[in-house]
Design a protein around this ligand. Structure first.
Ligand SMILES: [Zn+2]
Length: 249
């Protein structure tokens, strides 16, 4: 057994012990869990092991470097096959669109276990996406959260077209699920904008609104931002070039 594997197993047991005998020494830590062969460790156990999560700016640079490799056609093929049974240490959370052309792991040239990815049409933030980001942030300790929209987003295009035609999610006869998506994107649509640019503007505004929701609607994320250097940033992937542009605000 490798040294690190021994201590991982040891502290996994210790983690269970600590949970039973005293308070968890980290505000948002979740308990160690064992499910068959799988053990997942809470952040404070990783800290005891000396596994420190990289800072947000370093995580951001890793994503930028990965995207540069992807654009240059020099992907490192990081699709590792080694087992990540004992734990995972994703250094970033990505909330992206479900569009088949924008898989975050590939376009950031990252491997298995590197990023915790949540995908939904239009990269919106409902309580489910918020909870998923909170879960990843508390459980694994990544310091960077990226909301990533993309050019030519069908969900945004459909929402703009619906509103431009004078319909609403109600009058368009959408299902409850699609209505939720369209209503979230709809708040970012400015029909007074230049019609040749309204979709692109909505794509950026929609990313910014999702970033705002994550920054403001979760006390967990607010605490992590204030106390642990978490950054929540927006980005737009350009389908025609493969490049990701990070928004400044
Ligand atoms: Zn999309």
């Amino acid at each position: 057994m490798l040294f690190i594997e021994f201590f991982t197993a040891f502290f996994a047991e210790l983690g269970v012990l600590i949970v039973h005998v005293g308070p968890v020494p980290q505000k948002h830590s979740l308990m160690s869990q064992r499910h068959g062969d799988c053990v997942s460790l809470p952040v404070f156990i990783l800290n005891l092991l000396g596994v420190d999560m990289i800072p947000a700016l370093e995580a951001l640079e890793k994503l930028k470097e990965g995207n540069r490799r992807f654009v240059a056609g020099k992907s490192a093929e990081l699709h590792r096959t080694h087992k990540l049974v004992d734990n995972q240490e994703p250094f970033a959370v990505v909330l992206g669109c479900s569009d088949s052309r924008v898989p975050p792991e590939i376009l950031f040239d990252q491997g298995v276990g590197d990023m915790f990815v949540i995908r939904i049409a239009g990269n919106i933030v409902t309580p489910l996406e918020l909870g998923s980001v909170e879960f990843a942030a508390v459980k694994f300790g990544p310091r960077l959260v990226v909301v990533m929209g993309h050019t030519c987003c069908g969900a945004v295009q459909a929402t703009v077209e619906m509103l431009a035609s004078g319909k609403t999610a109600e009058t368009a006869g959408l299902s409850a699920g699609m209505k939720t998506i369209v209503e979230h994107i709809g708040v970012s649509v400015d029909l007074q904008a230049d019609q040749t640019r309204v979709v692109d503007q909505t794509i950026k505004a929609n990313v910014r609104n999702s970033v705002k929701s994550l920054r403001e609607q979760s006390q967990v994320l607010i605490d992590l931002s204030n106390d642990d250097g978490m950054m929540i940033v927006g980005a737009v992937y350009d389908i025609s070039t493969g490049a990701v542009s990070f928004l400044d605000d």
